[in-house]
Design a binder for this molecule. Sequence first.
Ligand SMILES: [Zn+2]
Length: 401
Amino acid sequence: MESERNKRLLQDVLARPGNDVCADCGNAGLSSDFLEPEQETLGQWEIREPDWASVTLGVFVCQGCSLLHRGIPHISRVKSVQQETWDASEVELMAAMGNEPAKAKYEQKVPAFYYRPKHTDCKLLREQWIRARYERNEFEFIEKQEPYSAGYREGFLWKRGRDNGQFLSRKFILSEREGALKYFNKQDFVYLPQARDPKAVMKIETLNATFQPAKIGNPYGLQITYLRDNSTRNIFVYHSDSKEMVDWFNAIRAARFHYLQVAFPGASDEELVPKLTRSFMKEGFMEKTGPKHTEGFKKRWFTMDDRRLMYFKDPLDAYARGEVFIGSKENSYTVLPGLPTSTQGYHWNHGITIVTPDRKFLFACETEAEQRDWIAAFQRVINRPMRPQEYAVEAHFKHKP
Ligand SMILES: [Zn+2]
């Protein structure tokens, strides 16, 4: 039968190198690396082959990415590999292209700093990556990359107000030459052109950006952090246009990349790219007590950002109530499940004790799963030896008033 024959031919194409993972997000089958932590602990290995194909672009993609392809029907028409019938011309097109040749075509000139999303990243990043590749052909024509590669970018973003939580339009300027991202009150620009003092100057040196749609309550919500006087500051922004938002994100990455190239001459792209932006290792509510351990426990929002454990009264606070440096086991940092037996005043039953050279920190989690995830996050950091520059960061924490 014709359709059986086509299906067999399609299976042969699918078996070619590169067609076993999603062309867009790299999502593959049979690897625990690609499973969510919750699935990992179930001890189940899920087979996730790309079951979908774009019969116009000639690429095999995962289900998640196939849904995003449906958003560009003028470019891509997706079909199920297993569930639909294929005609000979469609199979021929898949055979003529495939994931590796598509990569060579659509990823000719991806800048080193450009963020390539994984299947666990937010929908915004995955969707814009697909549109950038196939709809805008951004990586075939470098002039299309100017919005994020020019070293200068200005525009308006909705920024969450520190006091009332309202999002207001603010002018932002990112300048590699000045080494900073700045923002201004809009009315200063419109009514008082001379009053151009920025509301904040965020040095590219300490800048970080991470998409936080759930926490911010907006699908395009971006958290920007920077250090001021060695303390972390947060701002929360979004743009109503998804491309604009991702362009801002990549512009920040480009600025960081060029900054680091100067700061670490001779470092390879592979060494610098992981340092451009980072996601937090873990966030969530825990209870904490004070240094005497008799102050009573209070619920706080915690963010583990590399070796900085910060706590906030509200997840969207502009700055942390406190920050704790988490060193390595070689430097006498330890994390233990549970609380000292004499501890009182906590409401949540799943305790964590962090021992540092100076004091013990006591936390309580609401669930056992939270306790386990937090301990795993602390353990990852504690097990990693400290880099030379991290000793300087640790010293800053010690000398804090
Ligand atoms: Zn995918």
